[in-house]
Write a protein that binds this ligand. Structure first.
Ligand code: NAG
Ligand code: NAG
Ligand code: NAG
Ligand code: NAG
Ligand code: NAG
Ligand code: NAG
Ligand code: NAG
Length: 469
């Protein structure tokens, strides 16, 4: 974007509003900060030169689950065969753990642990299916179905399917029937405590709860992954990122009964590109701050998305009573189609059977940019900035936003939210306020931000970001 143009535009805007000149400078600094942060793709994780093991198998050792007794008829229990095949593959240099195509492998909750020998490929061409009966689930693995951990430099790929057979779990959820106890159900696929991981082309469907969780990991590239579950399946988030850094998701198609993508505490440097989302609850940062906890998320970019028939579009959600911050987020080039809340910040989030009390402490939300977002809304309040009374949102910046509703006018809701719009912004964001004091405060945030981001990167993963294999 043309800098001079922005300066001129802002100048005109601010003068027209009779705002002091130093504010123009402050706001411009914010813009520049938001414009300039990019997730580092130049230094991308170079995992393998071989895009597909089949094309150029030289040196690879095939470890086929069938050779370890897997039956693949969808009825026989293939868990032990998978465990034995994993032990062999993990201990072998340049192994390919193969789940052959056109078969259905019934596999129990299992931990696939690393570290493994170098250049492991997990090639999933067939279907891995979970036992469908919650009563028989291993209580020691209540939260997992297929969990991969402590891997470094691993490629997951194939046209296969990971099928959580979740329908009985959904039926026993407290969201479906209030007399059911609320308890956690397994995540279909988890990648935990790992680095330099690529996941390409898999389909994950009908998970018991969340579909794909990336936790405590760094440098993960996910592409062409599809996730699907019915729109009314409870808590079936598509891709959930927690305590992870330097993650790129691209060309993914996600439709479930909860968030298409959710990004929670301890995550930074997350880029989402070309995402198709719907049905579901949209692309979310949060929830954060539940039970007075600390939630920190920074440097998140969503660039190019189509969000259709969802309850939310781009959302930031935090509970009352939390602390920490969400800072440095850009949502851009998003097309919304029939979305209930296309743009929403909800600091009064309360996904609990009992009501939540307002508190003075909150997760601080600042430096959030919305750019080139258009389409249709199902609610008149096309934009909602419901921020904490005691910890206002600051530096919300909107540019070229156009949201419309059939046969109705639309409006923006603000509570305790500071920021501004430039270019076309419809509905208008006049309810965002800009106070001098606020701006000074936010200026300090900006000065601090770079160092804080650097610190965050240092403490978590800087040594991994530049890994080349
Ligand atoms: C799978 O889990 C069920 C229930 O816990 C158990 O009966 C069965 O033996 C398990 N299969 C394997 C191979 O561990
Ligand atoms: C809810 O669950 C209870 C206990 O399992 C059951 O008796 C009741 O019929 C269920 N209600 C609905 C609406 O399914
Ligand atoms: C939030 O993430 C940080 C950094 O990864 C971690 O140290 C902390 O324990 C997490 N807090 C919660 C409440 O999960
Ligand atoms: C959170 O902190 C507030 C204020 O200190 C306290 O009243 C509340 O009980 C706490 N909530 C939880 C879930 O611990
Ligand atoms: C809330 O946090 C406290 C202190 O960390 C913990 O003891 C308690 O179990 C948590 N409550 C819930 C509902 O998670
Ligand atoms: C705005 O976003 C839409 C939807 O992603 C995209 O097709 C279009 O190219 C974007 N426009 C600009 C100027 O980037
Ligand atoms: C919490 O505060 C918000 C904003 O001031 C207000 O709209 C809401 O009614 C309050 N909720 C409760 C439970 O007091």
């Amino acid at each position: 974007m043309d800098k001079l143009f922005i300066i001129t535009l802002l100048g005109m805007l601010m003068l027209a509003n009779g705002v002091a000149e130093n504010m123009v400078y402050n706001n411009f600094a914010i813009l520049e900060e938001l414009e300039s942060f990019e997730i580092d793709e130049e230094n991308d994780v170079v995992l393998f030169d071989i895009p597909s093991w089949t094309r150029e198998r030289g040196g690879k050792v095939l470890v086929n689950v069938d050779s370890f007794g897997a039956v693949g008829d969808g009825v026989s229990d293939d868990t032990q065969a998978f465990v034995k095949a994993w032990e062999t593959a993990c201990a072998t240099l340049e192994a390919v753990f193969l789940v052959p195509s056109e078969r259905h492998y019934l596999v129990n909750a299992t931990r696939f642990k690393g570290p493994c020998e170098d250049r492991l490929v997990i090639q999933i061409d067939g279907t891995i299916v979970a036992p469908g009966e919650p009563k028989n689930w291993d209580p020691d693995l209540a939260r997992q179905w297929l969990e991969f951990s402590k891997l470094n430099g691993v490629l997951f790929q194939g046209n296969g399917v990971i099928d959580g057979s979740g329908s009985k779990w959904w039926g026993s959820s407290c969201k479906k029937n209030k007399t059911n106890p609320c308890r956690e159900s397994p995540t279909a696929l988890t990648i935990d405590s790992s680095s330099s991981v690529k996941v390409k082309g898999l389909t994950i469907k009908n998970s018991q709860q969340m579909h794909f969780v990336i936790s405590k990991s760094a440098s993960v590239r996910i592409s062409e992954v599809s996730v699907s579950a019915p729109g009314d399946s409870p808590n079936t988030d598509g891709i959930h990122i927690t305590q992870s850094t330097n993650i790129i998701l691209q060309d993914c198609k996600i439709g479930t009964g909860d968030d298409c993508i959710s990004i929670v505490n301890g995550s930074s440097g997350i880029k989402m590109k070309r995402i198709y989302c719907g049905p579901g609850h949209g692309v979310s940062i949060g929830s954060l701050g539940k039970n007075n906890s600390t939630g920190i998320v920074s440097k998140v970019v969503l660039d190019t998305a189509f969000i259709s028939e969802t309850t939310n579009g781009v959302r930031i959600k935090t509970w009352q009573g939390g602390n920490g911050y969400v800072r440095g987020v850009r949502f851009e080039n998003v097309r919304m189609d029939n979305v209930d809340n296309p743009i929403i910040i909800d600091q009064f989030y309360c996904d609990s059977p009992t009501s939540c009390q307002n508190q003075t402490s909150a997760v601080k939300i600042s430096e959030i940019m919305y750019r080139n977002i258009s389409g249709t809304t199902r609610s008149e309040k096309a934009m909602k900035f419901a921020c904490s009374d005691s910890v206002p949102c600051s530096n919300l910046v909107l540019s070229n936003v156009n949201l419309e509703m059939e046969d109705s006018t639309v409006e923006t809701f603000c509570n305790s939210a500071e920021g501004f719009g430039y270019g076309i912004v419809h509905p208008s964001v006049d309810c965002l306020t800009s106070h001098d004091k606020e701006t000074e405060l936010s200026q300090n945030y900006i000065l601090n931000e770079k160092t804080e981001i650097d610190e965050l990167a240092d403490s978590n993963s800087d040594h991994i970001v530049h890994t080349e294999l």
